[in-house]
Design a protein around this ligand. Structure first.
Ligand code: PMP
Length: 364
């Protein structure tokens, strides 16, 4: 914890403990005040999940899936784990499997960024690519096919009980503890699997009934907003692609179906309001959080923050809000988030360079 010495200089004192495993550093992410962007009449906080060891909220899910399966006996020592995932779940699972010594295979459509594949391979996973034309369904079917052929353990992030459970036991408990004795008027989150909102919802509904839970989804893929129910197989997996789905730029959010894990939050009325957000707004707010607050988050974090700002503008004076920031912006270097960021010097930077005599770059 940073604090200040008598002379005003900053100091830290260590965590007061040694860690037995990287897995013990998952969770307990900080809720950080937004000082410059938030309207003056409210207190707006963000929960920065980038502080997790593999950089996202999905580290929680990954450790939960593996440890619940170890406990139930569904996962045997040394057995290979497999999952269809394009992003943070694969990176989280790769970290957990590396720490515990399980081989991991990830199936992924070849349309996802090269850096995602390389990150997972760097963490020791095998990445099996599937044709982009077959979309999420192709990734999913390939994982099932490989698991069946080889006797592997499928993580099933969209259906497993281990998902919401870890958010109930960790994310929600952290929120309760950090806001203990103070107001918390709004909790704002998007959904991918729905684990965050279902798990946190379970707890806030009981322990902080005055907190309004605001859920958000992409403006061009309003699966919940459409009111159209998801058709499912007997195990709760999607039977068809949801008719309201369209490709959107908020990676990690809103797959082309309503996940079973999210269905709990719908059926249980866990959220009080559903506010859609256009992807470009999320990108703009992610950049503003980075440049005006020094808070580095991805497109889903920017999108959640965009909605939190809308809620904040209209909130009663003195209101306290918390927005989830699921990961770090560094994961999006080759994505539209960084499209407007130049690799070469801008006009302004060239002018700065030329304003003093030495060390000019050669003219192109
Ligand atoms: N943002 C990002 C970047 C994610 O990877 C995820 C998880 N897929 C989410 C948001 C949503 O979290 P959850 O799955 O708990 O709904």
């Amino acid at each position: 914890m940073a604090s200040t010495n008598g002379d005003g200089s900053r100091t830290t004192g260590g965590r007061g403990k040694l860690y037995d495993s990287i897995l013990d550093t998952i969770g307990d992410t900080p809720c950080v005040r937004v000082n410059r962007l938030a309207p003056d009449h409210v207190d707006l906080y963000v929960k920065a999940e980038a502080f997790n060891p593999a950089g996202s909220v999905k580290d929680r899910l990954a450790v939960s899936i593996i440890e619940e399966a170890e406990k139930s006996g569904a996962l045997k020592p040394g057995q290979t784990v497999i999952e269809a995932t394009s992003g943070n779940t694969g990176i989280g699972l790769a970290m957990v499997c590396a720490a515990k010594g399980y081989p991991l295979v990830v199936t992924m459509a070849d349309s996802f960024s090269i850096e995602r594949r390389r990150l997972m391979r760097f963490l020791g996973a095998k990445v099996v690519l599937t044709p982009r034309a077959e979309k999420g369904f192709g990734m999913y079917q390939k994982a099932e096919e490989l698991a069946k052929a080889n006797g592997w353990f499928v993580a099933h992030q969209f259906e497993t009980d281990a998902n919401a459970k870890i958010h109930e036991n960790t994310t929600a408990r952290e929120v309760l503890a950090d806001f203990d004795g103070g107001r918390l008027d709004y909790f704002v989150s998007g959904y991918g699997t729905g684990g965050t909102v279902s798990g946190v919802g379970r707890v806030l509904m009981k322990e902080r009934p005055e907190t309004r839970i605001i859920l958000t989804e992409p403006a061009n893929a309003q699966l919940l907003g459409s009111g159209i129910e998801q058709e499912r197989t007997s195990v709760g997996a999607p039977a068809v692609s949801h008719p309201a789905f369209e490709p959107h730029p908020i990676q990690g959010w809103t797959p082309d179906f309503i996940p079973l894990v999210l269905q709990e939050a719908i059926d249980g009325d866990y959220y009080h309001d559903l506010i859609p957000v256009p992807g470009p707004e999320g990108i703009a707010w992610s950049m503003r959080l980075a440049q005006e607050e020094g808070i580095f988050t991805g497109v889903s974090g920017g999108s959640t923050f965009a909605v939190a700002m809308k809620v904040a503008e209209k909130a009663a004076p003195g209101s306290v809000l918390l927005a989830m920031l699921p990961d770090t912006g560094e994961r999006y270097l080759s994505s539209p988030l960084f499209e407007s960021i130049d690799e070469y010097m801008t006009e302004e930077e060239i002018a700065l360079s030329e304003s003093t005599p030495g060390f000019h770059m050669p003219k192109e």
